[in-house]
Design a protein around this ligand. Structure first.
Ligand SMILES: [Mn+2]
Length: 359
């Protein structure tokens, strides 16, 4: 057992390990070289773009997402879409492409400048068949060929540092178990059955407890990849809950509260005036209970900073989250800002140097 590993149900961990290993093996050896000092990348996932009807989860997020794309176009970032951009279990590709022509045209501007990669997830694995997405995007949206990948590995060869990018559904029922049946059956029969009868499989995007378990399993897998002097971080999506350096929002709030409570106890023991600090503890507790009641799973605060999650672009309040890499830093960001303006809000930030040193 490697240092820093966290307890997860054995058979679940095994399934996730096998799924992620299979995907990783297929992309290893085709690394994209990466220099943290100069790289400018933004990673979004889980838009679940639909047909602009009531079931379309992206509709409310369109403004924030398009604003963010405008910004990253001008700042020279490379755009990586980390899966489930289109909701193709519920919709056919044609109406989705038609509904989001403006958004897709913005994405196509990155493509024209060779600053665009798409990784497919479980809800948009339709695009894994070569040429499928081009057929729908050409010629009205773009003439360029869209690179659709199973995953990516960014490699800083000098330091043996790797960033693995995978959607993160690998090893769950929807992907691999169905994949075994046959691609034809999945594409032509099963997806139609799902669409017609609205069959929802139990994916981590559905249940809060399973999401946390899934995060832990992906963390353990990433941890196990750092060996022989190589240091690895995994950036995934799929769960719709952001994770930064293996800590999620609830995990961070729990940590803050604990520190504050310790300070309060110490001050009380010394006989100091505790009124301000007591109020701070109470405010932090209120914030924690507020977030916990949203049913977003449990607090995660894992030892090694090897696991990140982009969150999603389909929150009910219209926010979108992303992972940004620039100026040697990795950040968790949200659009819009606290005032609802089309500006970035940095939620977490750390230098990549510090992240890799602690793995
Ligand atoms: Mn997914």
């Amino acid at each position: 057992m490697s240092n820093g590993e966290i307890e997860v149900n054995g058979s679940y961990q095994k399934a996730i390990n096998e799924g992620l290993d299979r995907a990783y093996e297929s992309i290893k050896g085709r690394e994209t070289s990466f220099d943290p000092a100069t790289a400018k990348i933004v990673i979004f996932s889980d838009h679940h773009r639909g047909a602009r009807d009531g079931a379309d989860d992206f509709r409310k997020c369109e403004k924030a997402y398009n604003a963010a794309l405008g910004y990253y176009l001008e700042t020279g970032h490379t755009l990586i879409i980390l899966g489930d951009a289109e909701e193709l279990w519920e919709c056919r590709p044609g109406p989705v492409i038609k509904a989001y022509r403006d958004t897709l045209s913005l994405e196509a501007e990155f493509l024209k400048q060779q600053r665009y990669y798409r990784i497919y997830g479980n809800h948009d694995d339709h695009w894994s068949v070569p040429g499928t997405i081009d057929k729908h995007l050409n010629p009205n949206i773009t003439k360029e060929k869209t690179p659709v990948l199973r995953g990516m590995v960014l490699l800083n060869a000098d330091k043996k540092e790797k960033i693995i990018l995978l959607h993160g559904h690998q090893g769950t029922f929807d992907s691999d178990k169905l994949g075994k049946v046959s691609k034809f059956f999945v594409r032509h029969v099963w997806r139609n059955v799902q669409r017609i009868f609205n069959v929802r499989s139990t994916t981590p995007a559905e249940g809060a407890d399973l999401k946390s378990e899934h995060d832990k399993a992906m963390y353990n897998w990433a941890l196990g990849k750092s060996n022989n002097g190589e240091r690895v971080i995994l950036i995934a999506g799929h769960t719709h809950l952001p994770v930064f350096a293996s800590v999620n929002h609830i995990g961070r709030l729990e940590g803050d509260l604990k520190n504050c409570q310790t300070k309060l106890e110490n001050l009380r023991a010394q006989g100091g005036d505790v009124s301000d600090l007591a109020e701070e503890v109470a405010a932090k507790r209120a914030q924690l209970e507020f977030i916990k009641a949203k049913g977003e799973g449990s607090g995660l605060s894992m030892e090694k900073p090897c696991y990140f999650n982009t969150g999603c672009c389909s929150y009910g309040d219209g926010d979108v989250t992303a992972i940004e890499i620039s100026k040697g830093e990795i950040r968790l960001v949200r659009w819009p800002d606290d005032l609802g303006n089309p500006k970035v809000k940095v939620l977490e930030t750390e230098t990549l140097g510090n992240i890799f040193t602690h793995i």
